[in-house]
Design a protein around this ligand. Structure first.
Ligand SMILES: O=c1ccn([C@@H]2O[C@H](COP(=O)(O)O)[C@@H](O)[C@H]2O)c(=O)[nH]1
Length: 272
């Protein structure tokens, strides 16, 4: 999917919502456990009920691979039923020496057909560029993450006072372009989102951390929105576990709709 197509989806749906698919066998409603593939059934119902409001889905690979071969099978099935006009993100946080990254890229872009993958920048250029060699596919590079531990390394300043996350943004911009490179920026990072936006005015951000982690959607839009929205805001637990009962998918729909309504207001406010 191109950046223009993504923005067009955002405009059509008045939404920049990414629904996170983090299906945990211990949390899904118990009636689904009688199904042959409970994880797939859970995700399918969530997707069916939220697709009107979502411009992206982000399966977190950990929740699938933890289940072994069966989990990979569920993941492949989930990826295949996501409507083709909706952007897909494999939240896998990969990255290794070039030779190995190439195979990670093949796994998620060819064996499976995800539009994008999250990648850790720590191993540098040769660990990231193999993912960027695939046409119409995206790398979403970790820049300033939503967790407390992001303060351990990402904000450490160099001799000139520049924090590490800004060095990551500046350096990596040369590896790709706003057409194939996005950045992960946590919703919990408040005003720092504005610093990231200054460094990379054109690129899309994947923003996890609203909902269960308490990040503010209005702050994200205030500091992070650009003229083509430039934001995919993710909520996982806040949507998919809105209810643990038989009505879980309807409850997920309500939560997704609430976020979409708030997003429409923000798009109207900032983009007119
Ligand atoms: O900085 C990051 C990067 C990735 N994540 C992932 O996003 C979702 C968030 O889930 P919630 O339930 O909405 O908190 C989850 O898959 C994380 O692994 C992140 O939270 N922060």
């Amino acid at each position: 999917m191109t950046r223009a197509e993504l923005f067009s989806q955002i405009q059509q749906k008045s939404s920049f919502l990414c629904v996170g698919l983090d299906p945990d066998l211990e949390k899904i409603p118990s009636h689904l456990k009688a199904e042959s593939d409970p994880i797939f059934s859970f995700c399918r119902e969530i997707i069916e009920q939220t697709a009107d409001f979502a411009v992206a889905y982000k399966p977190n690979i950990a929740f699938f691979e933890a289940l072994g071969p069966k989990g990979w099978e569920s993941l492949q099935k989930v990826q295949e039923i996501i409507p083709k006009d909706i952007f897909t993100i494999a939240d896998a946080k990969r990255g290794d020496i070039g030779n190995t990254s190439k195979l990670y890229a093949k796994a998620f872009f060819e064996t499976m057909d995800f539009d994008s993958i999250t990648v850790a920048p720590y191993m540098g250029k040769d660990s990231v560029t193999p993912f960027l060699e695939f046409e119409n596919k995206w790398v979403i590079l970790l820049a300033l993450t939503s967790n407390m531990g992001s303060l351990d390394f990402q904000v450490i300043e160099d001799k000139e006072g520049k924090p590490l996350f800004l060095s990551v943004l500046e350096k990596s911009q040369a590896w790709g372009s706003p057409e194939n490179l996005m950045f992960v920026v946590g919703a919990t990072r408040g005003e720092l989102i504005g610093e990231v936006r200054k460094a990379v005015p054109e690129h899309f951000f994947l923003v996890p951390g609203v909902g269960a982690q308490g990040g503010s959607l209005s702050e994200v839009a205030k500091y992070g929105m650009n003229s083509t929205c430039g934001l995919l805001v993710n909520s996982s637990r806040g949507i998919i576990y809105a209810s643990g009962e038989k009505d879980f998918a309807k409850a997920a729909r309500k939560e997704a709709e609430k976020l979409q309504i708030e997003m429409k207001g923000l798009l109207d406010l900032y983009l007119g």
